[in-house]
Design a protein around this ligand. Structure first.
Ligand SMILES: *[C@@H]1O[C@H](CO)[C@@H](O)[C@H](O)[C@H]1NC(C)=O
Ligand SMILES: *[C@@H]1O[C@H](CO)[C@@H](O)[C@H](O)[C@H]1NC(C)=O
Ligand SMILES: *[C@@H]1O[C@H](CO)[C@@H](O)[C@H](O)[C@H]1NC(C)=O
Ligand SMILES: *[C@@H]1O[C@H](CO)[C@@H](O)[C@H](O)[C@H]1NC(C)=O
Ligand SMILES: *[C@@H]1O[C@H](CO)[C@@H](O)[C@H](O)[C@H]1NC(C)=O
Ligand SMILES: *[C@@H]1O[C@H](CO)[C@@H](O)[C@H](O)[C@H]1NC(C)=O
Ligand SMILES: *[C@@H]1O[C@H](CO)[C@@H](O)[C@H](O)[C@H]1NC(C)=O
Length: 481
């Protein structure tokens, strides 16, 4: 069996008062494949004994996870993969340590979010093992302990945090692998009956816990913005986009980035960046906002970005390859923060997409601020049909479309959102429902559905998160399982 032993370079940074110089510590390998290394610690106010404890602790934890994985499945391929990932992640963390990637005071917050995620993962693991596994119980307790330690460590220097963070990332990946193995060796009694892209199912019945993907690439002060994945059926190029709004006026979208894969979003490895504002000769500055967006309601659909054009009732359609922009005027649509959402300003005109195609969610004076839904033809870029509802748009925190149904959300408290209203464009029926779900931060700035994977994408006070959606089974499918 291969034993992977994690060597922390974290202590080395304690020796230096200068946080930019990281000394690498060399180690030796014994016959069991366990790496040993010795580090001299200077006498300082830093609680080195606790750190050392944490190190041993983490090593024990890793070994436990490994034993777990080994028990479940043949292991070698997995280890190779883990090593690959570990190398990649280590390289990434080293980059952070060298200051090539900028890290803000929110490191701790991200760390804490990740620990929360890990706790959730462990709970799942416990559930799937039917609560009989002592090792998993221990892991659970130990992750709680780490969480406590991290809180204690919060007052100490940044490089140590990053080293712990590296460990946590690695642990997280392993738990993920472990969970996958558990799943594959215990296939669920009910095979997933819902086909992606099909609407042969009922309404939404449940939403998972959030999966925190990353902080947006501009940092923690960029609270507002949009996040999503190309939602055309079949996926287009499958790119992801992140569009933080400028902090200066809380409505200007003048830049966004695309990412080829989910992993690239998490490591900030962009595919491309588009700057939408243009040079204005009369002012001599880059302040021609004609092609810019307003609010956080953008949607990436078939390699075009759709959004409310800045300071207008127009929709913009931007060709991500060529930068060409075309426009569509939404007759009577209210704009400039007249009927935005409850906690997110300047999102009067919100785009959406689902199994049926592209939609726009907005309101007008004639509709007294109630939700208006228009189905768009994305090729001709025209409005095909419009539906009017009796639900006041500014009472909702956001809305999205799934299978031709508008779902509107509201905040239950600072930690919980709820889908509370739906309008079915196929039947014209509206109804109230209650599907609560957790959020990491207080304010939701964008929420959109992706029919290719039944996921929701959320931009949550600067953080990017995803959720899995469960739809109700219809009778024919219930009888099949
Ligand atoms: C780590 O594991 C070893 C051997 O199982 C044990 O002696 C030690 O007490 C453990 N340390 C911690 C901090 O859990
Ligand atoms: C590690 O990074 C390399 C290059 O960036 C990439 O080709 C490879 O797929 C990555 N491996 C994993 C397991 O993510
Ligand atoms: C959990 O274990 C109990 C007893 O060992 C068993 O009766 C039950 O079917 C198991 N449940 C699952 C979901 O595996
Ligand atoms: C958690 O930490 C406390 C105090 O530091 C310790 O008494 C306890 O044994 C630890 N639990 C585990 C499972 O390591
Ligand atoms: C593992 O199974 C649980 C339910 O048993 C499910 O929620 C989870 O998404 C599965 N994870 C993976 C990686 O397949
Ligand atoms: C609904 O999702 C929550 C997580 O948000 C989960 O704890 C719960 O078990 C799910 N309920 C059903 C019936 O799937
Ligand atoms: C959308 O517009 C294109 C181009 O005008 C047209 O060919 C197509 O039939 C339209 N689609 C629908 C569903 O009306």
């Amino acid at each position: 069996m291969i034993t992977v032993s994690l060597i922390l370079a974290l202590l080395s940074s304690v020796q230096s008062q200068n946080p930019t110089t990281v000394k690498h510590v060399t180690g030796s390998l014994d016959e069991n494949g366990v790496c040993h290394c010795a580090i001299n610690l200077p006498d300082s106010t830093f609680p080195a004994d606790r750190l050392e404890y944490l190190e041993i602790y983490n090593r024990n934890l890793s070994i436990s996870v490994e034993q777990q994985v080994t028990k479940i499945h043949s292991y070698e391929l997995l280890v190779t993969m883990c090593m690959e990932k570990l190398k990649n992640l280590t390289a990434w963390v080293e980059k952070v340590e060298k200051g090539e990637l900028s890290y803000t005071e929110l490191d701790f917050e991200l760390l804490k979010l990740e620990i929360t995620e890990m706790e959730a993962l462990i709970v799942q693991l416990k559930d799937s093992l039917n609560g009989t596994n002592a090792i998993v119980e221990t892991l659970y307790a130990e992750i709680h302990n780490i969480s406590t330690l991290v809180h204690q460590m919060e007052s100490y220097d940044k490089n140590n945090v990053l080293a712990i963070r590296r460990d946590i990332v690695i642990l997280q990946k392993r738990l993920e692998e472990c969970r996958k193995q558990v799943n594959s060796s215990h296939p669920p009694p009910h095979p997933p009956p819902v086909k992606y892209g099909s609407c042969e199912h009922g309404e939404i019945v449940n939403i998972s816990k959030p999966f925190v993907v990353q902080l947006n690439y501009l940092g923690s002060s960029y609270l507002r913005g949009g996040f999503g994945k190309d939602s055309v059926m079949g996926g287009g190029k499958g790119s992801y986009f992140v569009a933080p709004l400028q902090t200066s006026d809380s409505r200007l979208m003048n830049v966004f980035r695309t990412y080829a894969t989910y992993n690239d979003v998490t490591i900030y490895k962009m595919l491309g960046e588009k700057v939408l504002s243009k040079y204005n000769p009369s002012s001599g500055r880059n302040d021609d906002y004609t092609n810019c967006g307003q609010g956080s309601g953008a949607t990436l659909y078939n390699d075009f970005l759709y959004y409310n054009c800045y300071n207008s009732r127009n929709l913009c359609k931007l060709n991500v390859d060529t930068n060409a922009v075309t426009r569509l005027t939404l007759t009577d649509a209210a704009y400039n923060n007249r009927f935005s959402y409850a906690q997110s300003t300047f999102q009067d005109i919100d785009t959406a997409s689902d199994e049926d195609g592209l939609w726009v969610i907005y309101s007008t004076e004639q509709d007294f601020g109630n939700f208006v839904i228009s189905k768009l033809n994305d090729t001709s870029f025209t409005v095909e049909q419009t539906w009017r509802t009796s639900q006041y748009k500014p009472a909702a925190t956001n809305a999205f479309m799934a299978c031709g149904v508008l779902y509107a959300t509201r905040a239950l408290n600072t930690q919980t959102e709820e889908i509370y209203y739906m309008y079915d464009t196929k039947t014209g029926k509206e109804s109230y429902l209650s599907i609560p779900y957790d959020k990491m931060k207080e304010t939701v700035h964008s929420l959109s559905y992706n029919p290719n994977e039944h996921k929701l994408y959320m931009y949550n006070d600067g953080f990017l998160a995803t959720y899995d959606i469960t739809f109700q089974l219809v009778e024919s499918e219930k009888s099949r399982v």
